[in-house]
Design a protein around this ligand. Structure first.
Ligand code: GAR
Length: 201
């Protein structure tokens, strides 16, 4: 299965995808896209001989205008947002319905929406004093964090002392969850039945 990965930051989840043993031979990462020109994750892509594309900070920029064309040419089956902090343009969301997934570092629908990314999420989780957090992989629609949930995994945070500690525990789970979901897509084991996303055995 041909996929592309969108990133904005350090790219540890991109690395988890590329290093995943269960994904070896099942998927091919055709390109990595970022809104930022000097995105750290680009180094990981380049070290793996994967083409990188800079989209620009806002949707009016050239990178975004060419996006649909580039994706078409790559003939991809899945778009993975792994720490990508911008909205995907509506035309792409419509064209790739149920073929764009996002990783969120909390249990949606809580701790979500614009501005809720990275450490900000973990700070809000910490300050709310909830005892369980986790990671969510969901389909992408035209607003932040509202698409149907594909899979979630909980993490006990009842004994943590800082948002950073929550981030560390959740990240560990993210590195397993995202490759797992991508593998299920490659196996064609993900379907929407009765309005719910189901992972088939
Ligand atoms: C991950 O924790 C991901 O869940 C989060 O950004 C981090 C990227 O880390 N995404 C969001 O907050 C999206 N709302 P990485 O660059 O090391 O993969």
């Amino acid at each position: 299965m041909k996929i592309v990965v969108f990133v904005s930051g350090r790219g540890s989840n991109l690395r988890a995808i590329l290093d995943s043993r269960e994904l070896k031979g099942k998927i091919e990462v055709k390109a990595v896209f970022s809104d930022r020109e000097n995105c750290k994750a680009f180094r990981i892509a380049e070290n793996n001989s994967i083409n990188t594309y800079t989209l620009g900070e806002n949707p009016g920029q050239t990178g975004y205008k060419n996006l649909s064309h580039v994706l078409n040419q790559l003939n991809i089956e899945l778009i993975v947002l792994a720490g990508f902090l911008k909205l995907i343009p509506d035309e792409i969301v419509k064209k790739y319905k149920n073929k764009i997934i996002n990783l969120h570092p909390a249990l949606l629908p809580s701790f979500s929406g614009k501005g809720m990314y990275g450490i900000h999420v973990h700070e809000a989780v910490f300050n709310s004093s909830v005892k369980v957090s986790g990671a969510t992989v969901h389909f992408v629609d035209s607003t932040y964090d509202t698409g149907k949930i594909i899979v979630q995994k909980c993490v006990d945070i009842s004994d943590v002392n800082s948002p950073e500690e929550i981030a560390q525990r959740v990240l560990k789970v993210e590195h397993q969850l995202l490759p797992f979901v991508i593998g299920k897509f490659a196996d064609k084991k993900i379907e929407v039945i009765n309005n719910r996303v189901v992972i088939l055995e």
